[in-house]
Design a protein around this ligand. Structure first.
Ligand code: MN
Length: 284
């Protein structure tokens, strides 16, 4: 149906190929809100109305080169950024070989750890550089498929879970290595990259069959498929919603495959996921 982006000074775009069509006027269909704000992201909560308004605008809207605009996180105000620890077996194996992410003798999987939350203040889009707040410590890249919740709920069964997804995007779950809790080490400003845009589920098909790749300065570091997820997207939604009420715009970072590694100032990280596109971000 569509690829939706937020760009420049919070403008709304529809992406076609390498072009962004400015459909900002479609935001006029969003309801006026006042304190206290409704939970969740207003755009995602009203995505179908916004898209209906955007389609006619897209025929005549201003077209811009994707590379000439500043791409921001397509979800502006997620209530929760949910992370999935050790959700690929080969990533578990490399973490064990590496001495353990948390310096434990045995690194377990998501079935043991459950989920974690990242701070909303860590969220950025493709055009905002990753800042290494602690350059003396190892900071790793983790490329991940991200599911964006559209329709919220509690105790959502796996068989109905994909009906609650508004779309998918590429995520980078940046991580400072060390003994502290994940919610601290993965929540630094700029450590949750989301983009380059939001792709509606009809364009994705099966979220459990997407090839993904990450390169640093042109060298491939991570290459895998979401088919290798331990908890797939439906199971993650079922599991998360057994603990938290999910709201429109909540983000589920589904976990990273093997090949995580350190980045340094000046690096360029290029990520790709089938049917979504490519996301390129620099490390400041
Ligand atoms: Mn991760």
């Amino acid at each position: 149906m569509a690829r939706i982006c937020r760009f420049d000074d919070d403008r709304l775009g529809i992406v076609e190929g390498e072009e962004v069509i400015d459909v900002t006027e479609a935001l006029a269909v969003l309801p006026a809100v006042r304190w206290p704000l409704p939970p969740g992201d207003l755009l995602v909560a009203h995505l179908s109305e916004v898209l209906a308004a955007a389609q006619p605008l897209a025929a005549t809207g201003r077209r811009l080169d994707r590379r000439s605009v500043r791409l921001l996180s397509p979800v502006a105000n997620p209530g929760k950024i949910i992370g999935a620890p050790v959700n690929y077996l080969k990533h578990q194996a490399e973490a064990i070989a590496d001495g353990g992410v948390n310096f434990e003798r045995d690194v377990k999987t998501i079935a043991h750890y459950g989920l974690f939350l990242k701070a909303g203040s860590s969220l950025v889009g493709e055009s905002e550089p990753i800042e290494l707040a602690f350059p003396e410590r190892r900071t790793d890249h983790e490329v991940e498929l991200v599911a964006v919740i559209g329709r919220g709920g509690r105790d959502i069964p796996a068989h109905a879970a994909l009906g609650h997804v508004a779309g998918y995007a590429i995520g980078l779950d940046m991580t400072v290595r060390g003994p502290e809790d994940r919610s601290l080490r993965k929540s630094l400003d700029t450590f949750s990259v989301l983009g380059p845009w939001l792709v509606t589920p009809d364009e994705i098909g099966d979220p459990g069959a997407l090839a993904m790749r990450l390169e640093v300065n042109g060298a491939v570091r991570q290459q895998a498929s979401t088919a290798e997820l331990i908890f797939d997207v439906p199971r993650l939604i079922e599991y998360a919603s057994a603990f938290y009420t999910l709201h429109p715009g909540d983000l589920i970072y589904t976990g990273t495959p093997e090949g995580v590694g350190a980045v340094a100032a000046g690096d360029r990280i290029d990520c790709a996921i089938d049917r979504i596109g490519t996301l390129s971000v620099t490390v400041a």
